[in-house]
Write a protein that binds this ligand. Sequence first.
Ligand SMILES: [Zn+2]
Length: 340
Amino acid sequence: MGLRTKLLLAFVVPVLLAQSAMAGGEYAAALDLYNKKQYPAAASYFEAASLANPSNVSATYYAGYSFYLAGRKAEAIKSFWRLANAYPTRREGIQARDFLKRLDPDFAKNDGAAAQPAAAVTASAPAKKVTARAVVDALVQVKPGTGKLANCTPEFVAKIKEMLVAMPLPILKFWLAQGGSVLIAPSVVEHDMRIQNTMPRGWGDGYDWKNSPALTHGTQVVIGQYRLDSRTNEYVDTSEEIGVIRHEAGHAIDHCLGDYTESGDFKHAYLLDVAKVPDEYRQRLDYFLQKADSGPSETFAELFCFHMGGETANRVEICELAHKYFPLADKEVQKQLAKF
Ligand SMILES: [Zn+2]
């Protein structure tokens, strides 16, 4: 931590203490994480609290500041600008703007761009509701290519964001509040080289993550615009398979629900369905009939996907089959969805 950071900490602490008296929910969780120096997690909670209640200027300030301490500069800049533009005359807004002068390389440009609408934003701020788009903007990070593959196209990023925005707002907020994120990268292996030579489950011999359009680690979904085609060994565009984002979101939500698919209720319903899958469909549904935790987990993700609008392109039918032949598991999924 540099001197500048220490100075900043010194003058923002009183604000933090003042707010902590009325802290609740996400804000309280965020404060706790912040005090334990768990900045990436604290940032997600502050951001969720800020989006849920944009007039909580302290939450927005600390979202930006925690992102900064977590080394996530682009997100820090985004949160600080939201604050500086909405509350240009409040102390927190002024502090955010001062910080942006040093943090944002495009400060002059962004400051000019915001000067005009700032007044309008301020006037409408109290009535402003959190939108799905704002939550999705907070969830999504776009990762540039490392050179081997081209950067993701803006069209691909927009397509994924549209799919996420169409999901129910309470689910999006819950996901974000649990520290969720969606990383859009040229390929899933470019995101995490450690997985290069490990096998995704249920894909059979000869497949590895390079062939996969997406994956989920805990609450984080990673989706790649390009994947290696296993037959031609060439990279192909995954834009048509984009419905997979809904399946992966299902895995992330399962995790946010405390690995719900490992619960007795879900496993019981799932196993009753498994016993009744007709022989002629067992081959086609083999992905959902995998042993151990994989079967229930994949089934939940696919059923979640179904309720969010389903898969796309050549995956549409398999998604509908999963919905048809796992009716009891689906009832459990719907029970979870109803809680939102
Ligand atoms: Zn899956």
